[in-house]
Design a protein around this ligand. Structure first.
Ligand SMILES: NC(=O)c1ccc[n+]([C@@H]2O[C@H](COP(=O)([O-])OP(=O)(O)OC[C@H]3O[C@@H](n4cnc5c(N)ncnc54)[C@H](OP(=O)(O)O)[C@@H]3O)[C@@H](O)[C@H]2O)c1
Length: 326
């Protein structure tokens, strides 16, 4: 049987299967009931022998002519804090595929270098790396101010952040508290303070802040981490309000459990405790959040997705989590 490949850009972007039938399909394509896909590869292979190459071309034309997969962010430049792992790294990869130029930042220089090399091998984009600690005010101000003398930033992803410990408030480690406040709140503010005036000057841009479900519902032992993410939500709201009248959009994202190095760091390398967080259910993965970020950034200019809550299907809130052994 002859196989035809439907080039499905969003699927290719995420390298994961997208539904090829049913409600996720544009109406025009739903009528093509013979569209059967094989998900064994990264792109759908049309198995229906009656489909001819011309049919595939027509389907592709429908997709493009309707603008379903318009790339609104091509050739823009995104600055990502915390691009050395997890959500930041996954976002860099997704944006690179959309031909977005990148400024990757974080403390681990080797990771930045490796990510830059692998992206440059695959994509025809500009990639810069900047090593800095977001808690170091003078370093952040100096490096970003210098960056802006030669680079025009369109997108800021305020992603760098961490949780440390899960003790009750009376047992908490004050150094951990300070590290979380310094990184998640003050670091985000230092970076934003340099980039937002640049965006305002151009009257356009997009800021994406990584909040958390922890910023909406406090859970036992989450105390200071929850407070920092609550602050991120407030700051996202404040940015939107203060940037009224501009074409600058601000989006806050509040994820539930995402399997990254987040828990390794929270439990300071205690693998058993970190693994236990994700046992018995399918958590979100960094790519799921990157996918959402892409959707938000790629929305047309008149659409400002201000706040999104994204949870694993098994987790309805920090308390309600269905584990297999439950
Ligand atoms: N994973 C989850 O379940 C979850 C849920 C809700 C929200 N979030 C939020 O999502 C964001 C990304 O977390 P993740 O899950 O992707 O965790 P991750 O894999 O541990 O990534 C955290 C990133 O933040 C950077 N970072 C931390 N402290 C920094 C500092 N002082 N200066 C500069 N960069 C710093 C790290 O880079 P370096 O170590 O190289 O500096 C790393 O790239 C965080 O804001 C987190 O609070 C995560």
């Amino acid at each position: 049987m002859e196989e035809h490949i439907l080039w499905w850009p969003r699927l290719d972007l995420n390298q994961r299967p997208l539904p090829c039938q049913g409600s996720a399909l544009p109406t025009e394509l739903r009528d093509h009931s013979k569209l059967k896909c094989d998900y064994s590869k990264n792109i759908p292979i049309i198995k229906e022998p009656s489909y001819k190459q011309t049919d595939i071309i027509i389907i592709s034309i429908i997709i493009y002519s309707k603008g379903y997969y318009m790339n609104n962010i091509k050739s823009q430049t995104a600055l990502i804090t915390g691009a050395t792992s997890g959500i930041g790294e996954a976002t860099a990869k997704v944006l690179a595929k959309m031909e977005v130029n990148l400024v990757l930042t974080g403390r681990r220089e080797e990771n930045l270098k490796n990510l830059k090399e692998s992206l440059l091998k695959e994509f025809d984009i500009d990639v810069q790396t900047l090593k800095f600690d977001v808690t170091n005010k003078s370093e952040v101000l100096e490096k970003l101010t210098n960056l802006l003398t030669k680079t025009d930033i369109d997108i800021l992803i305020n992603n760098a952040g961490l949780a440390l410990g899960i003790e009750t408030i009376d047992q908490g480690d004050i150094d951990n508290w300070e590290a979380m406040i310094d990184t998640n709140i003050k670091g985000l503010l230092y970076v934003s303070r340099v980039i937002i005036p640049h965006l305002r000057e151009k009257n356009r841009g997009h800021i994406v802040n990584l909040g958390s479900i922890a910023g909406e519902m406090t859970y036992p032992g989450g105390n200071v981490y929850c407070a920092t993410k609550s602050a991120v939500h407030t700051l996202s709201e404040a940015m939107n309000i203060d940037l009224k009248g501009t074409d600058i959009r601000v989006s806050n994202i509040a994820p539930g459990a995402v399997k990254t190095s987040f828990s390794d760091i929270r439990f300071k390398g205690d693998k058993q405790k970190a693994e236990a967080v994700y046992e018995g259910y399918t958590p979100l993965f960094a790519e799921d959040i990157a996918d959402l970020i892409l959707y938000i950034l790629n929305a047309p200019l008149h659409v400002n997705i201000q706040h999104t809550l994204i949870m694993p299907t098994a987790q309805r809130n920090p308390y309600i989590l269905h584990r297999k052994e439950d």
